[in-house]
Structure formats: C-alpha cells, structure tokens
Design a protein around this ligand. Structure first.
Ligand code: TXA
Ligand code: MG
Length: 337
C-alpha cells in the first residue's frame, strides 16, 4: 500500500476524513503525539490498527471525540466529576476511562468494559473527527514498543506502506501522550498514565488524586494492571537506556567509568557547559523535556547510540510524565549515584 503524505490544508483534511469513513487508517497530528486514527466503530479498521502497530490485542485504544457532550453516545454512565473535569480540561490532553456501551466494539476496548474518551484540542484532529462524523480510535502512531511519534516524519518511518495516509501538522506541542485517569467514588481521580494535565491541575477539581503504583514501579508477576498499557515495555529505542539519579558531578563521574564506543549521555541544557563526554540535551525544564524526549530517543538511535545514560527528570508536575516514559524505556533500571 502506498502511504500518502497529506498537508493540513482544507483539501488534505477532507481526504483524511474520506479515508477514515472508508475504513482506512490515517496518521493524524494531535497536541500530544501523532495518532493512528481509524473509525472506532469499524471493527475491521480497528483490527488493522492493531496489526499496523504490532500491538497486543488486550491493550485498548482511546476514542477521540470532537466534543465531550458526545461521550454520552458511547458510554453507559458519566459521573458528575467527569463533566466537571471536561469543563476544565477538554479539549486537551486528558483521557477519562468510562463504562462503555455497545457502540464501542470490544476489539476497540481491548476486551474491557470501559473506554478511554479524549477530546483533542489539535485543530487538525478536531476537524477530521468533525468531517468524518466518526469517533476516532487512535493509539500513538509508533510501532508498538518504540517511542511515540512527534512529527509526520516519525510516523512515515514507522508506518510507511502500512496505512493509507499521514497528515503533516508539524511537531507535536506537548510531546508526551495524554494523562489517562479513572474516576473513583464522587470526587477522586486515579492517574493511570501521567501527562501534561498534572496531579496538581486535577486537584483544582478533584478532592483527591491518586497516582497509580504502576506509574513508577514495575508490575509484579501475576499483578493485574489498572491500565493494560502498564504491562508492556514501552517507549524504547534500540539503544539501552539507563536512568541515573544524582548530582551533575556524580553523573559525570559515573559516566566516565562506563564510557566507550556507542555510549551517549542525555542531559539537561543547563549541564552542557564543559560536559566531557558525547551527549545530547533534552531541555531545561519538565515541559521542554516532555516536548523533546521522544524525538531525542529516536535521534539517539539514528546516531548509532548503543547505551544511553540519562539524567533523571523531576518526579513532580509534568516531570512525572517524563520520568514515567523514561523508566519504562529503561526497563525500570535506575542507578542512584
Ligand atoms: O495522547 C494520547 O493519548 C495519544 C494521542 C494519539 O491521542 N494516544 C495514545 O494512545 O497515547 P495509546 O494507545 O498509545 O495509549 C493509550 C493508553 C494505553 O496505555 C492503554 O492501556 C490506556 O491508555 N487505556 C486506553 N483505554 C483504556 C481503558 N479503557 N482502561 C484503562 N486504560 C486504558
Ligand atoms: Mg502508545
């Protein structure tokens, strides 16, 4: 199959919407990362999304809607807290897990009786949902296990020949995937995957916000994941990723002992002056780190990195999202120096 690169012009978006209506798969920019969009109600289209990514069948897809009011069409019930959260954070990088109804096929929900609902703010994704008139199921548009794509070029590299089209909407604003939450009781949210809607932001609306244990810890054998995505190794480039926690001086001393061919460091912008080994930087604060992380992981592979020592980000605010992606890319290997 030839994968066409579409521009984000009116004609490009109309073509993309036509593909979706015809059961085809399209790479679509969102404010978080690029998604692999298909009609969420078309079982055959959704099956091909799983195939194109090489994704395990029990890992559910998020359903993207143009407006949160449409969520009633696809769910059994919506708690009052979800409406309050939607008022504050939708459209935007928040996914709420809600009880699904029969309009969402079980293949889309990975066999679960819930569905993740998200109202993306990116005008391209928003317009394609409107023009197609379909709920759009969209996982991140990477090969399963590899870092998520934050540009049309990343999507092309992973998906060329496997999908109908990619819409080029430039580089993704946030760079990490949406915050995924479930709602517990009347006013508590549980974060299943951290993102740019932070715990602190959710606390403006919720009386309590629980950070699920699996966000920072490896699931033990036989333990059930609240979100299936937590079970799988994720976001990994080919290179081995090793997170190192500690001061810059201890980091430099540690890397010095490990240095050799194919060894890189991924450091903060502020560490650059006089850094003695081969490195790339990934920003100077959590938002920049989120924006750059996946792109850098791909660039490290392109540069031929075999082993990458990463300066560990903060664990609060948006930093928690960056830390969560890195600890998974590192297979939970963290070294404290
Ligand atoms: O920002 C995003 O969310 C991007 C863009 C394209 O919208 N999409 C995305 O989808 O990251 P994906 O499939 O790569 O990640 C979805 C995550 C997975 O970890 C999945 O297990 C979890 O959300 N998830 C989806 N539906 C769920 C559900 N019903 N219950 C629990 N977890 C769910
Ligand atoms: Mg993904």
């Amino acid at each position: 199959m030839e994968t066409v690169l579409l521009s984000d012009s009116a004609t490009g978006l109309e073509k993309a919407a036509e593909f979706i209506k015809n059961g085809e798969i399209v790479g679509i920019p969102t404010e978080t990362v690029y998604g692999l969009g298909a009609d969420a109600s078309n079982e055959d289209a959704v099956r091909r999304v799983f195939e194109a990514k090489g994704r395990p069948a029990d890992n559910p897809l998020i359903v993207h809607l143009a407006d949160f009011s449409q969520a009633e069409k696809y769910t059994l019930s919506i708690p009052a807290l979800a409406f309050k959260l939607a008022e504050r954070f939708c459209p935007g990088p928040l996914t709420m897990v809600l009880p699904k109804n029969d309009r969402i096929p079980v293949i889309t929900s990975g066999g679960l009786d819930t569905v993740g609902i998200r109202v993306p703010s990116h005008p391209v994704m928003h317009r394609i949902i409107e023009l197609s008139g379909r709920p759009i199921a969209a996982p991140s548009a990477n090969t399963s296990g590899y870092p998520s794509p934050t540009s049309a070029e990343h999507v092309m590299r992973d998906m060329n020949g496997r999908i109908a089209a990619v819409v080029d909407g430039g580089s993704s604003e946030f760079g990490v995937e949406s915050t995924v939450i479930s709602i517990e009781g009347g006013s508590t949210a549980r974060i299943l995957r951290p993102g740019c809607i932070t715990r602190e932001m959710l606390l403006e609306i919720c009386s309590d916000v629980i950070i699920d244990h699996a966000i920072l810890h490896e699931l033990e054998a036989g333990q059930k994941a609240a979100s299936p995505g937590m079970k799988y190794k994720h976001y990994s480039p080919r290179a081995d990723i090793i997170m190192v926690e500690g001061s810059l001086d201890s980091f430099i001393a540690y890397v010095g002992k490990q240095n050799g061919e194919g060894v890189y460091s991924l450091i903060f912008d502020t560490d650059r002056d006089g850094f003695p080994y081969r490195y790339m930087t990934y920003g100077k604060n959590s938002s920049e780190q989120a924006h750059l992380l996946f792109q850098r992981l791909r660039e490290l592979d392109d540069a031929g990195a075999e082993r990458v020592y990463v300066r560990a980000p903060e664990k609060n605010g948006v930093g928690l999202a960056v830390y969560n992606r890195l600890i998974r890319a590192a297979g939970f290997e963290v070294i404290r120096v």
